[in-house]
Write a protein of this length. Structure first.
Length: 429
């Protein structure tokens, strides 16, 4: 009888070991044959040591070696982590044995049940009760380990811990019941207790399968969302590229017309032609005067546009007139930066809207910091998600800013903090 109980409890121990190792290490990509072989190896080694080895110290050492071999063959992770997991498991086994002894002494047959006065039913119960206790402990430990699946399903895992607790209570009730009615045959106790353990193991197995399926489903949904975002970005980039081709074609015709007018000295006609596009207006505004004509022109025009719609502007700009940046790059860079700042202020859910601009040239470095009132901005894969209705135009602006920064081997960082969206740039010129 005891050999049968020992064999069945060892099978339960193998299952619990696999649960603990898989929670903290994860299985290697091996098939069911190798998993079964590892389980049989642990079963055979444990069964033989229980029969042959009588010394507790040797028993613990053999168990540690057996589990280390299983961990290194079947599970992933660094060697140090595998050793720590095996040691942790052995500590839990020892704790479960101590708790089993304590529970037997306190709850089974009350005060009459001591280490020297133990009924046969209580002996069987001692062999069986440690199993739900160790199961409880091995599921409790991963809850305190930084693992995403346990964080995601923490409530379910906590609820599952009530199953071995209920099993322990049932086992105590079973042995006390049979001792009180003074049935000397241990088979009923063994059969009923075994059913309780089987039910506990079955619930845990089904739970593990459900959680594994839920985890795979969650990972699949994340991958699906990432693919959707990537597909959307690719489509947007293609649309932007097609739009740029169209704009480039139209700009070529506009510039050719303007060039001919200016060559023939029809200056007034050229001004009227530019105004007729509806993209510019007469601006008699001069908040900054650095001496860099293109820079002063684009900054003043954008500041005029911002203040006209009630945005407060604070500017501190020092730009040398002989800086080695083309006028086109200056207009593209600062025009897009201020366009985005104005758009951000307009969308902000606050009354006080501000744009703060700082530009200075120090030792071959053009330093620029611009911040504007903004709603909280989300990011996907490190890129800020626009809330503009015209996302294509916003995408072109960001692309143009990044291309200018890259052209001058610069650095650009964007971020949201305390109600402001801020862009910090350094260009090496």
């Amino acid at each position: 009888m005891y050999y049968i109980i020992d064999a069945l409890t060892i099978l339960f121990d193998v299952y619990v070991t696999f649960i603990f190792f898989d929670d903290l290490l994860n299985w290697k990509p091996i098939n069911i044959f190798w998993k079964t072989a590892i389980g049989l190896f642990i079963f055979a080694a444990t069964f033989l040591q229980n029969i042959v080895v009588g010394n507790m110290v040797f028993t613990i050492l053999i168990s540690i070696v057996t589990l280390l071999i299983a961990a290194f063959i079947g599970f992933e992770g660094k060697p140090v982590k595998k050793i720590l997991v095996v040691i942790a498991y052995m500590i839990l086994v020892i704790v479960s044995d101590i708790l089993t002894t304590f529970i037997n002494m306190i709850f089974v047959n009350g005060e009459s049940n001591t280490l020297l006065n133990v009924t046969e039913n209580a002996k069987i119960m001692g062999m069986l009760m440690s199993k739900p206790i160790i199961l409880f402990l091995v599921k409790l430990v991963p809850l305190f380990v930084n693992k995403k699946d346990f964080k995601l399903y923490r409530d379910c895992n906590v609820l599952l811990l009530t199953v071995p607790v209920i099993s322990i209570v049932l086992l105590i009730a079973i042995v006390n019941f049979f001792d009180n009615i003074q049935i000397n045959d241990t088979k009923p106790v063994f059969i009923v207790s075994l059913c309780v353990l089987y039910q506990t193991m079955l619930i845990f197995y089904l739970f593990e399968r459900i959680m594994s399926t839920a985890s795979l489903k969650n990972k699949y949904e994340i991958l699906e969302n990432q693919m959707f975002i990537q597909e959307k970005q690719t489509k947007s980039e293609k649309e932007i590229a097609n739009s740029l081709k169209s704009v480039r074609h139209d700009l070529k015709n506009h510039f050719q017309t303007l060039y001919n007018m200016l060559t023939d000295k029809h200056y007034d006609n050229a001004k009227e032609y530019i105004k007729s596009t509806g993209l510019v207006e007469d601006v008699k505004y001069g908040k900054i005067h650095t001496g860099e004509i293109a820079f002063d022109a684009i900054i003043n025009s954008k500041l005029y546009e911002a203040e006209k719609i009630g945005i407060e502007t604070t500017v501190n700009c020092k730009m040398p007139s002989d800086i080695e940046i083309s006028d086109i790059d200056i207009c593209v860079l600062f025009g897009n930066l201020l366009d985005n700042a104005i758009e951000g202020c307009m969308r902000a859910d606050t009354y006080n809207k501000k744009i703060i601009l700082y530009v200075e040239y120090i030792k071959s470095r053009l330093i620029c910091r611009i911040k504007n009132t903004s709603n909280k901005t989300e990011t996907i894969n490190g890129d800020f998600v626009s809330s503009k209705s015209d996302k294509e135009e916003h995408g072109i602006g960001i692309i143009n800013i990044k291309s200018i920064v890259l052209k001058y081997d610069g650095i650009c960082k964007m971020g949201y903090e305390n109600g402001y969206f801020q862009t910090n740039m350094t260009l090496f010129v």
